[in-house]
Design a protein around this ligand. Structure first.
Ligand code: SAM
Length: 198
């Protein structure tokens, strides 16, 4: 299983989303929609072995965590607007401690970013933090890793406190390129490396 967890610092946390203004009033929800696209969509198929989380910290009710489970997704199309409409449905409901399903394969809760990561760590999963200045990807061998979790920042990136937390729990930093990339492109690059091991 491959999991991606992104902290969406400004992404909206209720259903009042202007679908014509995902980058502006929705707090860069466009970026999250593109990450969902990169996490799951193949040509005429979906990646069933992938889970994607966006933990939204924008107004008015942060945090709201969204979980997309590849094996359960139905009716989702690859375009940003369609993905945003499914996100809007999930964000229109009241998030609580318990993960609830909004539409097939899309869940919501009020779990914190760090809480979700810690839960993965405690269940024995290997955590990697994608960072421009990490160790080059070529230094890692994923052949024997069946359950991997990749942490990403959004356009703002992670705070110092988040980075210290990741260091404390032993997350290794991986650099995918000497250039700073968009988060959705990072997801594609990670998938490509893991696809080649199959
Ligand atoms: C647009 S970048 C973030 C830029 C932000 N200003 C910062 O300083 O973190 C979005 C995310 O993509 C990932 N990323 C970008 N370039 C990367 C690279 N070359 N290697 C690994 N991860 C990268 C990081 O997780 C980053 O937080």
């Amino acid at each position: 299983m491959k999991e991606f967890i992104i902290k969406a610092n400004k992404a909206v946390t209720n259903g009042e989303i202007n679908l014509k203004d995902l980058p502006g009033s929705s707090g860069r929800l466009d970026l999250i929609c593109r990450c969902v696209n990169s996490a799951f969509f193949l040509s005429h198929d979906l990646r069933r072995d992938t889970i994607f989380y966006s933990v939204n910290y924008g107004n008015p009710n942060p945090p709201v965590a969204l979980k997309f489970i590849g094996d359960e997704l139905k009716r989702l199309s690859p375009d940003e607007r369609s993905i945003a409409m499914f996100i809007q449905k999930a964000l229109s409901k009241d998030a609580s401690e318990i993960w609830k399903e909004s539409t097939s394969g899309i869940y919501y809760s009020n779990h914190e970013f760090k809480e979700i990561i810690l839960e993965k760590k405690n269940s024995g999963k290997k955590i990697f933090y994608l960072h421009l200045n990490g160790k080059p990807l070529e230094n890692f061998d994923f052949k024997n890793e069946s359950d991997v979790v990749f942490i990403l920042g959004d356009h703002i990136g992670l705070s110092k406190e988040d980075e210290e937390f990741l260091e404390e729990i032993g997350a290794e930093q991986i650099s995918l390129s000497p250039l700073e990339l968009h988060a959705d492109h990072c997801i594609i690059l990670v998938h490509n490396v893991l696809d080649r091991l199959k």
